[in-house]
Design a protein around this ligand. Structure first.
Ligand SMILES: *[C@@H]1O[C@H](CO)[C@@H](O)[C@H](O)[C@H]1NC(C)=O
Ligand SMILES: *[C@@H]1O[C@H](CO)[C@@H](O)[C@H](O)[C@H]1NC(C)=O
Ligand SMILES: *[C@@H]1O[C@H](CO)[C@@H](O)[C@H](O)[C@H]1NC(C)=O
Ligand SMILES: *[C@@H]1O[C@H](CO)[C@@H](O)[C@H](O)[C@H]1NC(C)=O
Ligand SMILES: *[C@@H]1O[C@H](CO)[C@@H](O)[C@H](O)[C@H]1NC(C)=O
Length: 542
């Protein structure tokens, strides 16, 4: 820094005139070129003047002038540093040179003038400082390429020291970055970013003096915000996550299902487990998608709204037995990049028309069963008729929906209900005077519709008559009527047939080895029961 050299007189600047007096006491001095360390203490020696006279004793007077003159004071002929604890000599704020002029007066006349130039020697009294604008929060796309420079930091050191930049490996996300050229401050991406798993990173960077003994350093904490890039594919909702990793929506696409009937046409289909809908996996971007049917539209029978994903049935299904199921492949793709797509299956079941739900024609069915030891007995109702617990479905001409399934609740081991709605009691587990109240549930396996009724079964004592009607009229029935007996035979035979069959086989084998006459009787087509029950035949009752 070259500042104009101001020859200001400390006093009497107006009448400055110059006349040399020979053998002046002011002579003998010289211009002063010296150096002093910055931060030197008050009174630090700078130079001696060496003029002939003695400023204390003779009539000469010395006067410091010039811009930096207050950095000096005179101690006889010695120039010393005028610093203080509140005003240390600082090269960084003062500049590298301080200058002044020293005038020597003799009887108020300037006799000589000397220049003072003092270089301030640098000390490492400044730390590096990051430039604020280089350590602001940074925004980087998750698609930023590895091994490219993603940002640059810069620090300054007032002492002019050379600075190197070092990533603090202990900082949370240090592993994402590296610095290849330590003096450049250029930070390179070391591994791929992923917005979906981490959208903000923190890394501490040191700026360290390289060329000093102290190797002072400062650190800056940098926040790196990761921006969402288009790196995820769309997926259909609802998402069934296939991994426990909550970060990425790794889903299996749902299989959408819908039910239609032969009657329907020009309707928008309702799908389960939700409407057909896909979303971009890049949560921030949410690129618009479009939908198409890849296959299974059956020549335009099904069309999809390419914006909403709604599927419409345009032509009715003529025969549900020929085409009970349509399987559609639905694609959702990004409008801006159709290579980013996903495919799901939609199943359309063609069902029988279902206008009426099944229903029971009474809320409570009354049943009776007479105590006995046989394993199975049909439950009767008033008048000793077989109790039929049947739901009626008016969608069917005869009221019988073949896909109705009956069940008892609570699930009991004492009773069983046949697909026809006939109640069978495990009589050997029942006791007279027991009363069982159960619920019969009928479910339409096609429509899922359900209806309920209550069954109230009383266990009667042996010989006790089954009431003829609800109103207490009684009729003695020693045995059930022929119709019931037939039904019983059917059920019982099913239950014990296997056992009987085995027995018959055993007996037949024995007969083979025994009596040819008996064998003949079998050959003649006699019912195997005859053999089983003889001798003496016992009458079975239910
Ligand atoms: C020394 O410095 C102080 C503070 O700046 C100033 O007040 C004083 O005048 C200076 N002394 C001389 C001799 O210039
Ligand atoms: C920074 O300075 C501290 C002490 O001031 C030291 O412990 C640390 O190791 C230095 N860091 C670097 C990277 O030089
Ligand atoms: C969506 O369908 C409309 C007409 O229905 C058509 O004009 C448009 O081009 C389609 N868009 C795409 C992306 O297929
Ligand atoms: C109730 O249904 C049963 C069996 O389906 C039938 O026998 C009976 O007559 C019906 N009763 C009435 C009141 O409709
Ligand atoms: C289609 O019908 C089945 C029963 O057959 C039912 O479980 C399912 O919920 C129905 N789906 C829709 C979307 O209504």
């Amino acid at each position: 820094m070259v500042k104009p050299w101001k020859f200001l007189l400390c006093q009497m600047a107006m009448n400055m005139f110059y006349h040399v007096v020979k053998a002046s006491l002011c002579l003998g001095g010289h211009d002063i070129f010296a150096a002093v360390r910055e931060n030197s203490p008050t009174g630090q020696f700078i130079a001696n003047l060496n003029i002939k006279g003695d400023p204390g004793a003779n009539s000469i007077r010395l006067c410091l002038t010039g811009e930096n003159s207050n950095w000096f004071f005179l101690d006889g002929q010695t120039i010393r540093l005028n610093s203080s604890s509140t005003r240390p000599l600082d090269r960084e704020s003062q500049g590298s040179v301080i200058m002044a002029a020293l005038s020597c007066y003799e009887e108020d006349t300037v006799q000589s003038q000397y220049r003072i130039m003092v270089e301030i020697l640098n000390e490492n009294d400044n730390m590096p400082v990051f430039m604020e604008e280089t350590i602001q929060p940074i925004y980087i796309s998750e698609l930023a390429l590895v091994n490219t420079v993603v940002f640059t930091v810069k620090a300054k050191d007032l002492d002019g020291d050379t600075i190197t930049y070092v990533i603090d490996q202990a900082s949370p996300d240090a592993s994402y970055f590296r610095i290849d050229l330590p003096n450049s401050g250029k930070v390179v991406l070391d591994k791929p970013l992923d917005y979906e798993s981490k959208n903000q990173l923190e890394v501490d960077i040191y700026a360290v003096e390289m060329n000093t003994r102290e190797k002072n350093n400062v650190t800056a904490m940098l926040t790196v915000n990761v921006l969402d890039g288009d790196d995820q594919y769309p997926f259909f909702l609802p998402c069934a996550p296939i991994s426990k990793d909550q970060v990425h929506s790794i889903c299996t696409n749902p299989v959408y299902t819908s039910n239609i009937t032969e009657d329907e046409e020009d309707v928008i289909l309702n799908f389960a487990p939700g409407p057909i809908h896909a979303e971009d996996g890049d949560k921030e971007l949410q690129e618009p998608l479009f939908y198409t049917i890849l296959s299974g539209d059956d020549h335009g029978r099904f069309i999809i709204d390419n914006q909403t994903g709604e599927i419409m049935l345009t032509m009715r299904v003529e025969n549900r037995l020929l085409s009970p199921l349509y399987r559609l492949r639905i694609m959702a793709a990004q409008k801006n990049d159709p290579r980013k797509f996903t495919v799901a299956t939609a199943l359309v079941h063609v069902q029988a028309e279902n206008r009426f739900p099944p229903h029971f024609n009474r809320t409570t069915y009354k049943g009776f069963v007479i105590e006995n030891s046989s394993p199975a007995t049909l439950v009767a109702t008033y008048g000793n008729q077989v109790l039929l617990v049947q739901a009626i479905d008016q969608d069917f001409k005869d009221g019988v929906n073949p896909r109705l399934v009956y069940s008892l609740q609570p699930n009991t081991k004492l009773y069983h209900i046949t697909p026809e709605g006939v109640l069978v009691a495990k009589t050997d587990h029942l006791q007279a005077f027991d009363r069982h109240i159960m619920e019969v549930v009928a479910m339409d396996q096609e429509s899922g519709e359900i209806t309920h009724a209550t069954v109230d079964v009383e266990v009667l004592q042996k010989g006790q008559p089954v009431p003829r009607s609800q109103f207490g009229e009684e009729r003695l029935f020693g045995e059930m009527d022929a119709k019931i007996a037939g039904g019983i035979a059917g059920v019982i035979v099913i239950i014990v047939l296997a056992a009987l069959f085995v027995l018959v086989q055993l007996l037949r084998r024995r007969h083979d080895r025994q009596d040819p006459v008996d064998r003949g009787s079998v050959a003649l087509g006699k019912h195997p029961n005859v053999e089983v029950t003889s001798p003496p035949p016992t009458r079975r009752r239910s």
